[in-house]
Design a protein around this ligand. Structure first.
Ligand SMILES: NC(=O)c1ccc[n+]([C@@H]2O[C@H](COP(=O)([O-])OP(=O)(O)OC[C@H]3O[C@@H](n4cnc5c(N)ncnc54)[C@H](O)[C@@H]3O)[C@@H](O)[C@H]2O)c1
Length: 335
């Protein structure tokens, strides 16, 4: 089977493509990616010349780019998105362009081309926050940020194509994902980079927000399990057994690096910051998925990877001249 993966030059997409090609000898992958500030082909260097891999530079919002990439494909796994909540607070336009309109263009083109299976990678953020208990797939969606609203729209639009057009369409709703090659604005690589330079780690509010942490490889395994065994029109939560307060995560990172907790600097909370994300992944577990990567080991592996691969994230920061300004702006908005 030949499948289109969108956003394959991003963090999770690149893990997914490498993992899929390694695990399934019958799969060929076309990677459609616009290479925004978050896309980086260096994540895929080891498979650049793989005989079952092809890269197409293009925009999911552009119908002819999508048509070109879909030639010969019978399935789509859609990850391309604007993904950083903080950026969506400063300017949300690109979020609605790519996450909503881009998903519409993909679904519409896939339907017309007779694509057999379509999976959109969504997020646990679509449910919003809850103090106790766990969200199931049938619970109401109640997103808080422009990012999560744009993802909710894409998620529901995907499911609507199953109902109204009979497209075999599904969504996965994964929790906070971590691992090597994550863009250095996200919390784990950001905090590792700052700790390595003995710079303060800006922790939002009281640091007691709870997140569930899923290792990238386990997330990919979950996406592919839903893709293989999931039913059309259904959503599948993907979460691990490890939920942590942000302050505990920060302390663990500092401990792995042998850096003092005095580097933690509490800053004003993010507006609309969800307190606790918590989802129940029993539905996907019934299809045979379970996480394989223990959290402590995976976090250690990840933190040390950033320490050993400084060239990668330093190059990314330098490539984006607004990186410093962007952080200056974002932190100024917080303090
Ligand atoms: N990172 C997480 O913790 C997490 C958790 C759950 C779900 N998700 C979802 O998983 C997906 C991937 O997340 P990520 O963290 O790997 O994102 P990322 O920001 O690292 O990568 C996004 C990729 O999409 C590409 N892209 C953006 N706009 C595009 C467009 N218009 N056309 C084509 N390509 C475009 C970028 O170039 C980049 O390669 C997203 O849909 C995200 O919402 C992420």
């Amino acid at each position: 089977m030949k499948a289109l993966v969108t956003g394959g030059a991003g963090f999770i997409g690149s893990h997914l493509i490498r993992f899929w090609l390694r695990e399934d000898p019958d799969i060929s992958v076309v990677n459609l990616d616009k290479l925004t500030y978050a896309g980086d082909l260096a994540r895929l260097l080891e498979i650049k010349n793989h005989p079952r891999y092809q890269f197409v530079k293009g925009d999911v919002c552009n119908r002819s780019d999508v048509e070109k990439a879909l030639v010969g494909c019978s399935a789509v796994i859609h990850l391309a998105a604007e993904t950083h909540v903080d950026r969506s607070l400063l300017d949300a336009k690109a979020f609605f362009d790519t996450n909503l309109y881009g998903t519409y263009i993909l679904l519409e083109t896939a339907r017309k081309k007779g694509i057999k299976k379509f999976l959109t990678v969504s997020t646990d953020e679509v449910y919003g926050s809850r103090e106790k208990g766990f969200f199931k797939e049938t619970d109401a969606l109640d997103p808080s940020s422009p990012y999560s609203v744009s993802k909710t729209a894409a998620d529901l639009l995907t499911l609507s194509y199953a109902r109204t057009h009979g497209l075999h369409a599904m969504v996965t709703r994964g929790s906070n994902t971590f691992g090597p090659y994550q863009y250095p604005e996200k919390v784990i690589p950001l905090f590792v980079a700052r700790a390595l330079s003995d710079e303060p780690l800006p922790l939002y509010g009281d640091g007691r927000q709870v997140r569930n942490w899923l290792f990238a490889e386990d997330h990919c395994r979950g996406i592919l399990r839903a893709f293989d065994k999931g039913k059309s029109g259904q959503a599948y939560n993907i979460s691990s057994a490890t939920s942590l307060e942000n302050s505990d995560l920060t302390r663990q990172i500092l401990k792995i690096l042998g850096k003092p907790e005095s580097l933690i600097q509490k800053v004003k909370d993010r507006p609309g910051h969800d307190r606790r994300y918590a989802i129940d992944s029993a539905k996907l577990r019934k299809l045979g998925w379970k996480e394989k990567c223990p959290f402590d080991e995976s976090l250690r592996e990840t933190v040390l990877w950033y320490r050993e691969n400084e060239d990668w994230w330093r190059r990314i920061k330098e490539k984006n001249p607004d990186f410093k300004d962007y952080y200056a702006k974002a932190y100024a908005a917080r303090v």
